[in-house]
Design a protein around this ligand. Structure first.
Ligand SMILES: Cc1cc2nc3c(=O)[nH]c(=O)nc-3n(C[C@H](O)[C@H](O)[C@H](O)COP(=O)(O)O)c2cc1C
Length: 466
């Protein structure tokens, strides 16, 4: 029995939304999601996106594995017209796990094959892939890199999570300068492989997200807003110089990091800092449980000026406040019960995204945080699109569970409750499980996909929190 999601109809959900006074609008007619949208001159056939969802199933060399191909193929045949390819490291030491994809001269031909398989799957199912956009997310995992945390800055209570003391070395300026060029090289390889866009990832407290919040870092990459945005602005300028204006640039951005949460005696998450918290981007330093969107708004303005035409708005850290990024029904293995009803978390996503979209009405904004709504996600997405609060609705866990949600929306006009994500965080449990010969289990949807139910059996109760 679900603890939170108890709705038998859209009206049940509407009633709960009203009683809890969360401002989430739900409409019956999902047509706004099925209308086309143009991004930098390319028209997408609908306003449905698959968020980047890594499966931790590449080879140890960073090539796509069998399960990577299976996942992308299913997304390709699924009907969403925006496929935001998963986290792909630009340097080996910046991978988040030993099976994360890596982009290099050696791996690029394999990524090209993965892309072609995805497009072919779409063409075979829908007749054409001309109105499909497929991109790749370029990343460096920073403090969450495997096997060594690589720190952009010191950050008190965040450092404490991994027991990193003040003696732990920071990445120096020369490393960051070289890394800018690695992002440029990676973007060029992705463009040459045929991807429609690259995302320079600035979210979920990975390296570039941390740089945005590096107020206490000295030197060119830390301190004031201009210095904290130097890395991303340099990367975007250099990519443009290298590849010209035709290639679509995108960025997935944390507009709110929030503070770390830790379980109390009842295993309910509580913020470790209630005030004086200088470590978050988009985070009110006096009240870190509240977003402060001033700097994220300025950042999105800069991105737009630098030629970014697609922004995916997201928030939180999967490592220290998972309820913020992924409102859930049941906590992840290393998590806690949420301190708020998941609808509150969904609303936080929607409101922050609307603030960004309303400030930049001509920019294509992809929204996050829909999956907890299960098969009613589209009713919220259509309401948000219809009201100009977002341009495209993305599903993360929802797409892993139900890759063909787009086809069902187009062909049946609704999502199927038997196929939707139920938010029980088993995909995250698999991600956290390291105890096999490859040092990493593949992640996928345990309740909806027998292949991952079998993987879940293998990890038994031994999934660790690392
Ligand atoms: C198994 C798993 C893999 C993920 N991989 C990525 C990733 O590669 N890049 C990224 O930006 N976010 C990643 N995320 C976060 C999702 O894209 C998304 O932001 C999050 O799940 C919230 O959206 P949802 O409510 O639709 O699931 C991942 C999440 C999960 C559970």
């Amino acid at each position: 029995m679900s603890k939170y999601f108890k709705y038998r109809s859209l009206d049940d959900l509407r009633r709960d939304v009203e009683e809890r006074r969360v401002g989430i609008d739900l409409v019956d007619d999902i047509a706004p999601l099925l209308s086309p949208v143009t991004v930098a001159g390319r028209t997408l056939g609908n306003r449905l996106a698959v968020h980047p969802m890594e499966g931790c199933d590449g080879t140890l060399d960073g090539l796509p594995g069998e399960l990577t191909v299976r996942r992308w193929e299913r997304f390709g045949a699924g009907g969403a017209k925006l496929i935001w390819g998963e986290a792909t490291a630009v340097v080996p030491e910046g991978r988040a796990n030993p099976r994360q994809l890596l982009i290099s001269d050696e791996t690029a031909p394999h990524l090209e094959k993965l892309l072609n398989t995805t497009r072919r799957a779409h063409r075979e199912r829908f007749g054409s892939a001309d109105d499909l956009l497929v991109g790749l997310q370029l990343t460096h995992s920073g403090r969450w890199s495997y096997p060594e945390p690589l720190l952009a800055r010191r950050a008190g209570s965040i450092d404490a999570i991994k027991g990193l003391g003040s003696e732990y070395a920071l990445l120096d300026d020369a490393y960051l300068e070289r890394l800018e060029d690695c992002f440029v090289e990676a973007a060029t390889l992705a463009r040459d492989a045929g991807f429609d866009f690259v995302d320079i990832k600035q979210c979920h407290t990975y390296l570039l997200n941390e740089l945005l919040a590096s107020r206490t870092r000295e030197g060119p990459y830390g301190g004031d807003f201009e210095s904290r945005t130097r890395f991303i602005m340099n990367v975007l300028r250099k990519i443009r110089d290298r590849v010209g204006d035709d290639f679509i640039l995108a960025s997935r951005v944390n507009v709110y990091d929030g503070p770390p949460f830790a379980p109390d005696g009842d295993n309910i998450g509580r913020p470790v800092a209630k005030r004086d918290y200088p470590w978050g981007f988009g985070t009110n330093a006096d009240q870190p449980e509240r977003p402060d969107l001033d700097e994220p708004l300025r950042l999105v303005g800069l991105l737009r000026e630098a030629g970014v035409s697609l922004v995916n708005v997201t928030m939180g850290s999967p490592y220290f406040n998972p309820h913020i990024g992924r409102p859930f029904e049941r906590p992840p293995i290393d998590g806690y019960w949420p301190p708020e009803h998941p609808l509150v978390g969904v609303q936080r996503h929607f409101d922050a995204t609307a603030t960004i979209q309303e400030a930049y009405p001509n920019l294509t904004i992809v929204g996050t945080g829909y999956s907890w709504l299960r098969h009613y996600a589209a009713n919220a997405g259509a309401a948000n699109v219809g009201a100009g609060r977002v341009s495209i609705m993305g599903l993360g866990r929802g797409a892993l569970a139900y890759p063909d949600f787009g086809a069902d929306l187009v062909e049946q006009g609704a999502m199927n409750d038997k196929k939707a994500c139920i938010g029980v965080s088993y995909c995250t449990a698999l991600m956290r499980a390291k105890n096999n010969e490859l040092g990493q289990f593949p992640a996928g949807c345990v309740p909806r996909d027998p292949l991952y139910a079998a993987e879940m059996k293998k990890i038994g109760g031994t999934a660790n929190a690392d």
